[in-house]
Design a protein around this ligand. Sequence first.
Ligand SMILES: *[C@@H]1O[C@H](CO)[C@@H](O)[C@H](O)[C@H]1NC(C)=O
Ligand SMILES: *[C@@H]1O[C@H](CO)[C@@H](O)[C@H](O)[C@H]1NC(C)=O
Ligand SMILES: *[C@@H]1O[C@H](CO)[C@@H](O)[C@H](O)[C@H]1NC(C)=O
Ligand SMILES: *[C@@H]1O[C@H](CO)[C@@H](O)[C@H](O)[C@H]1NC(C)=O
Ligand SMILES: *[C@@H]1O[C@H](CO)[C@@H](O)[C@H](O)[C@H]1NC(C)=O
Ligand SMILES: *[C@@H]1O[C@H](CO)[C@@H](O)[C@H](O)[C@H]1NC(C)=O
Length: 368
Amino acid sequence: MAYHLLVFHSLLSSFVKVQPQRPLASALYIFGDSINDNGNNNFIAALAKANYPPYGIDFPSGATGRFTNGLTTTDIIAQLLKLPLPPPYLSLSATNTSKILTGANYASGGGGILEESGSPLQARLSFNQQLNLFEKTVQQDLPPLFNSSRALQDHLAKAIFVVEFGTIDYLFNYLLPEFFNTSRDLSPPAFARILLQNFSQQLTMLYNLGARKIVVMGLSALGCTPNQIIRQGTGGSCSDVVNYQIIAPFNIQLPFLLNRLRFTLRGSIFVFENVFRAFTSIISNPSRYGFTITNKACCSANMNGTLLCLPNLPTCTNRNQFVFYDGIHPTQNVNILMSQACFNGSTYVCSPINIQQLARAQIPNRRK
Ligand SMILES: *[C@@H]1O[C@H](CO)[C@@H](O)[C@H](O)[C@H]1NC(C)=O
Ligand SMILES: *[C@@H]1O[C@H](CO)[C@@H](O)[C@H](O)[C@H]1NC(C)=O
Ligand SMILES: *[C@@H]1O[C@H](CO)[C@@H](O)[C@H](O)[C@H]1NC(C)=O
Ligand SMILES: *[C@@H]1O[C@H](CO)[C@@H](O)[C@H](O)[C@H]1NC(C)=O
Ligand SMILES: *[C@@H]1O[C@H](CO)[C@@H](O)[C@H](O)[C@H]1NC(C)=O
Ligand SMILES: *[C@@H]1O[C@H](CO)[C@@H](O)[C@H](O)[C@H]1NC(C)=O
């Protein structure tokens, strides 16, 4: 039981060199918040931007808008699927929209399930706004690249979709009583119910736009972020209140919602990524994975505001030993462990099947 992610550790150094060749899926389309944003926020008036050093210090082209030192979790999934890294959707202009043929990234730092979540971070793309952009993709950008609507449907049905939301609805809504009344007005289960109802409609919309193979990442152990360790005054350890009382109702119910959707949306396959379990597996045995510091940011972060690295200050020297890069985002090494485990590991992290099996799965190409 103890070291489920360990088998992948020896791959850390080798996998980064994987070059795109014979892709395992037609495309990779990505939705989410700053965990997966790879530059969309550079194009809007966002407070949550990561287009300056020390972000990207371990990324080949430096700071790009990725909120970590190197690769994001969906960068790694793209590499494992042997697909090019999907471009940020907002970076595309009329001359290069054809790049979305092998995928696109709609994720935006500060984006939530609820429209209002993340508002202290100013401009951001909520899940609803990301879905509107994807609708435009399906209706305007992609059709010229296909000979028939059937061919386009087939392309979408063979693509992998990764969706990751909820962190902002907690860290920049429910857990921010200075700005939001939700924690005064609603119990944790009542808030989770609202999130899941909205999320269910949004995932159904994604299906209606043609998505069939959908990986949904659950929440990480948000009580273990340097942000919440400081705010909750735990003295350095994870906040059990945040992990097991506040976010648990959402995280525990999410796989049941995905099961229901799989049953009602014909031809869909929803994979649940148990990020919470993978993450707690790392921080309960950090040394097994080469980590020594689990509760502090590697960079000098603005812990009372955006939680992001302050510009141009030095980072920790031993970035491979830190779990967190800034006040909320994990380092590249954590992303690698998680994504490897979901790509071809056991059901411990991704269930009912892993991404490799999802990519191979045959989907009947029929409208519901
Ligand atoms: C698309 O083209 C624009 C300029 O026309 C450029 O700034 C942008 O980087 C390109 N995006 C990609 C992903 O190639
Ligand atoms: C589209 O049709 C053209 C002409 O019939 C053909 O050459 C091409 O291979 C087709 N493209 C796809 C993606 O099917
Ligand atoms: C929160 O509640 C207070 C007191 O009822 C009210 O004045 C305020 O407008 C509410 N804030 C939000 C963001 O709804
Ligand atoms: C979605 O969330 C909003 C609050 O932002 C709520 O008013 C609405 O009822 C929710 N929708 C569903 C279907 O639960
Ligand atoms: C940040 O918050 C902490 C605790 O609330 C406080 O001690 C510290 O002075 C604040 N720092 C800044 C720069 O506001
Ligand atoms: C998992 O994927 C990695 C990277 O492609 C590969 O090296 C490894 O052999 C795979 N493991 C299994 C069990 O398929």
